[in-house]
Design a protein around this ligand. Structure first.
Ligand code: SAM
Length: 335
């Protein structure tokens, strides 16, 4: 137990006071504030609430309770590493990540949910840290990791506003579909951006204000009709997903207690204000430049201007809803 944490003990800090941690047999103790953290099913319980703001506390608790009930995205019954790799390789962005992230690096996935991406990327010789506030999601990721003997992956319960890692610990931090469910997306971005090394990369996925419009309309229809007409969502009418995954998708997309949306311009402003430069985006923020199967995601691409963003996002209204109106950008931290 805790082998993964012990192997990388140099980067951990106490989420409450940032002190050094001592890793005991089945618990973790802060040498500065003497807080003691338990371990459950091999997962260090290092979640620490934000302090001093009741409304923030309330939203984080509500979101945590929501995911504890419906862990996302969940696994298919009897899914194994072969199925996971095959599915990920069929998806454009996970495939590019797998092809282009070097082996043997340390990387962090914040808000890893049930840990599909962490387990997929960790299967290929990378030291992956999957962190999330939801223990039930982490337990599913951990179970899959253990069953498939993925020793280089470690799952940790963590609040992204109270990181358990020293600043600049990772050359790569991925945070996909997470910040827009938090109390303060930009505050969350600033918090995790500090974990990236100089010259390292951050990958951020958010709901797009325009791309999400069709999903918003569907949500209204479901609400009025008492959750009838689920076939309106392409993921719910397809036969390629089991019931548990469909349920998790429906809850996450249409019943979430907290959902904010952002534009491409907003995320680029976050990058500018925190010392990151844009390198790559899906969809491509430069209008009329579609992605290619051999795109290099860690090399600089044009970021487009406001007109490019307007055209691309308008296009997302029509095309973006299948993937939940999602957009992703990769930023590089300036040295
Ligand atoms: C929509 S799910 C995305 C899961 C995964 N990244 C994916 O793309 O499938 C959002 C995840 O963010 C996590 N999350 C929300 N707020 C968080 C916080 N403050 N700290 C850590 N994780 C958080 C939730 O528990 C949930 O697992």
């Amino acid at each position: 137990m805790l082998d993964h944490m012990r192997e990388h003990s140099d980067i951990f800090i106490c989420p409450a006071c940032k002190g050094s941690l001592e890793i005991a047999v089945d618990s973790i103790i802060c040498l500065k504030c003497h807080n003691s953290y338990e371990v459950e099913d091999g997962i260090p319980l290092l979640f620490w609430p934000h302090e001093g703001d009741d409304s923030r506390e309330h939203i984080t608790k509500t979101v945590k309770a929501f995911y504890e009930k419906t862990p996302f995205p969940n696994y298919e019954e009897n899914e194994n590493i072969g199925n996971l790799v095959q599915k990920a390789q069929e998806s454009f962005f996970p495939r590019l990540l797998n092809e282009q992230i070097p082996f043997n690096i340390r990387m962090l996935e914040v808000g890893c949910g049930t840990g599909q991406l962490s387990n997929f990327l960790g299967a290929a010789h990378r030291n992956v840290f999957g962190a999330d506030l939801c223990l039930n999601s982490l337990k599913l990721g951990q179970k899959f990791k253990e069953k498939n003997d993925l020793k280089r992956v470690g799952f940790y319960q963590m609040n992204l506003f109270r990181p358990i890692f020293k600043e600049e610990s990772f050359p790569l931090v991925i945070c996909n579909g997470v910040l827009m469910t938090t109390t303060d997306p930009y505050g969350g971005f600033k918090s995790i951006s500090k974990l990236v090394k100089d010259g390292g990369y951050i990958v951020i996925g958010l709901y797009n204000t325009y791309g999400r419009l069709i999903t918003d309309i569907r949500r209204i229809i479901f609400r009025i009709s008492g959750d009838h007409f689920k076939f309106l969502d392409p993921r719910l009418r397809g036969h390629d997903r089991g019931e548990a995954k469909k349920e998790a998708w429906f809850a996450d997309q249409y019943k979430h207690p907290r959902e904010l949306k952002h534009t491409m311009g907003e995320l680029l402003k976050w990058f500018d204000e925190t010392g990151f430069e844009f390198v790559y985006g899906v969809p491509n923020p430069k209008a009329f430049s579609t992605f290619k199967l051999n795109d290099t995601i860690f090399k600089k691409h044009p970021r487009g201007n406001w007109l490019d963003h307007f055209i691309t996002q308008l296009h997302m209204v029509l095309t973006g809803s299948k993937e939940g109106g999602f957009f992703t950008m990769v930023g590089k931290k300036r040295k």
